[in-house]
Design a protein around this ligand. Structure first.
Ligand code: 13P
Ligand code: SF4
Length: 304
């Protein structure tokens, strides 16, 4: 089958079986085109509480599928490619964070949603790139232990100077690989372009941006802006989607190195096979983990 035929089969099967397909905006164009809902991590979490279907397929990475399962434990949650994990989510173990918490007993523990369900069970509140600044600014305590992304944490600390934000040495290997020199070179090549960036990039990169935001916020800014040229400082899919959505505008990737292999692990064929037979692709979490991890995700949805 070619791409179009596969897409048509997927649309037919999901209707027949009443299955909802959620996709993160870093997914490839063919998947984004046939998903029921596409969004950033915060929007996908909100959708997880609203979906009617008994089965949800998450095209993204494991922590996103776990979030759906935590918010809708009665649903069957499937991942088309069960190996797709976010390397940042695995960087810090609950044991390590318990030991750090002992050194900062007064701190509120803020977990980026890019963490495992097990790690969320020992945190106070989750945030996403779209909601982190708002949520941290509304927390009552002054001391914030922000895990695991020190770049997003630095951005939050800069935006909310009244808080004492304690950072650890974690982050996204894809975004953290960008340098100030990458931005200087991209701006030299495209002097009229606005530079839009994801806050997972290093401060030296973020401080050169015209706009900082989540994947969805970057897309919305570019779609609504009067400007016609943009350098996109996040995963390469975003520039591709924008080029399709806004044919009159030019989008340049900050770097071809901004490729998340985990986000690209899921293919249309994986999705088709999952619709035919989801065996071995189901997300299972024990009841205790679901109950405890849900506390900090619910708090995020309430504050965000
Ligand atoms: P968003 O929350 O902006 O969708 O980001 C998710 C992510 O994994 C960024 O690398
Ligand atoms: Fe994780 Fe980075 Fe990939 Fe996002 S881009 S899923 S943070 S590795």
């Amino acid at each position: 089958m070619n791409t179009r035929e596969l897409q048509e089969e997927i649309i037919k099967l999901k209707k027949e079986k009443n299955i909802c397909i959620l996709a993160h905006s870093y997914q490839s164009r063919p998947i984004v085109e046939i998903a029921d809902y596409v969004g950033d991590s915060f929007q996908l979490s909100q959708m997880a509480t609203k979906v009617d279907a008994d089965t949800v397929i998450m095209c993204g990475v494991r922590f996103m599928a776990e979030t759906v399962k935590i918010l809708s434990p009665e649903k069957t949650v499937l991942m088309p490619n069960i190996t797709a994990g976010c390397p940042m989510a695995e960087q810090m173990s609950p044991e390590y964070i318990e030991s750090v918490k002992k050194k900062h007993p007064e701190a509120t523990v803020v977990a980026y949603i890019n963490t495992t369900a097990a790690l969320k069970t020992i945190c106070d509140v989750c945030v996403t790139s779209a909601s982190a600044v708002k949520i941290v600014s509304e927390l009552p305590g002054k001391d914030i232990l922000f895990i695991p992304d020190c770049n997003l944490g630095s951005y939050v600390a800069h935006k909310v100077p009244e808080k004492n934000v304690i950072l650890l040495n974690g982050g996204c290997p894809v975004h953290a690989a960008m340098t100030a020199q990458d931005v200087i070179e991209a701006k030299k090549l495209h002097p009229n372009a606005l530079f839009l960036v994801h806050p997972e990039c290093k401060p030296e990169v973020v401080e050169q941006a015209d706009f900082v935001g989540s994947t969805t916020a970057i897309m919305k800014f570019a779609q609504e802006s009067d400007a016609t040229e943009f350098i996109i400082g996040t995963e390469i899919s975003i520039a591709e989607h924008l080029a399709c959505d806004c044919p009159g505008k030019q989008f340049y990737q900050l770097s071809s190195r901004l490729l998340c292999n985990d986000m690209k692990a899921t293919t249309l064929v994986d999705l088709y096979n999952t619709l035919l037979d989801g065996t071995g692709k189901e997300i299972n979490l024990d009841k205790d983990t679901i109950v405890k991890a849900r506390v900090c995700i619910d708090k995020m949805l309430e504050l965000g």
